[in-house]
Ligand binder design. Structure first.
Ligand code: TYD
Length: 214
């Protein structure tokens, strides 16, 4: 049994996941909780080295199957070195992207069979599944515009085109619809403040430990 809680932010490009993850982490820390803020691909030194290979270069650099296996190779390291130790000592983990990004980008977007993804997922992630997944949802065009404006240079996935991004948005929403107990879809096409407020309300509703805190 994990002592801590595992919260994941998911969504397409430019949905403001990182900003909202930061805000949530600050609120949880203000309550005196130990919180590990992390991200995928990456989150441990080995996984960050794989991230460089994954997010840079030509869109066609890797096939979707190669990407899937590299994402899970990075994830295995991240789980072993960071996520499981944190949960075991009772810390909260807030992660920017996790397995649903693989299901959406490599599965729904890239065409890797969902059955294969689930086999790999069972082997690598097992029962270290998120307690709560916040899906940041917004129209694809607006998200891509925001991501472009940010211009962080990591644009391999951004460059895959609108149809690809529509498929993965549908993938995230389908997954959320399938597991309504653990998933919340957040309307990310609004200002930062109202989104932060909505997320905090959802976290308080999901975890009795933080209920009643301001
Ligand atoms: P991220 O740094 O979250 O990008 P952004 O902030 O632009 O949304 O993630 C980098 C890219 O990696 C992003 O385009 C999504 C992609 N990705 C996958 O394709 N599969 C995965 O399993 C993960 C975790 C990320």
């Amino acid at each position: 049994m994990n002592g801590g809680r595992f919260i994941v932010f998911e969504g397409g490009e430019g949905a403001g996941k990182s900003t909202q993850a930061k805000a949530l982490v600050a609120k949880l820390r203000a309550m005196g909780l130990e919180v590990v803020q992390t991200r995928e691909p990456g989150g441990s030194p080995g996984a960050e080295a794989l991230r460089d290979l994954l997010v840079n270069g030509e869109a066609t650099r890797w096939s979707a199957t190669s990407e899937l296996l590299m994402m899970y190779a990075a994830r295995a390291d991240h789980l072993e070195k960071v996520i499981r130790p944190a949960l075991q000592r009772g810390a909260w983990v807030v992660c920017d992207r996790f397995t649903d990004s693989s299901r959406a980008y490599q599965g729904a977007g890239g065409g890797v069979a969902q059955g294969f993804i689930e086999q790999v997922d069972t082997a690598v992630v097992g029962d270290t599944q998120p307690d709560l997944v916040l899906v940041m949802d917004m129209p694809v065009e607006a998200g891509l515009r925001r991501a472009k404006a940010r211009g962080d240079g990591e644009n391999r996935f951004e460059s895959k085109g609108q149809v690809f991004h529509e498929r993965l948005r549908a993938g995230f929403l389908a997954r959320a619809g399938q597991f309504p107990a653990r998933y919340r879809v957040i309307d990310a096409d609004q200002g930062i403040e109202p989104i932060t407020t909505e997320i905090w309300a959802q976290v308080q509703a999901a975890f009795p430990d933080v209920r009643g805190a301001s």
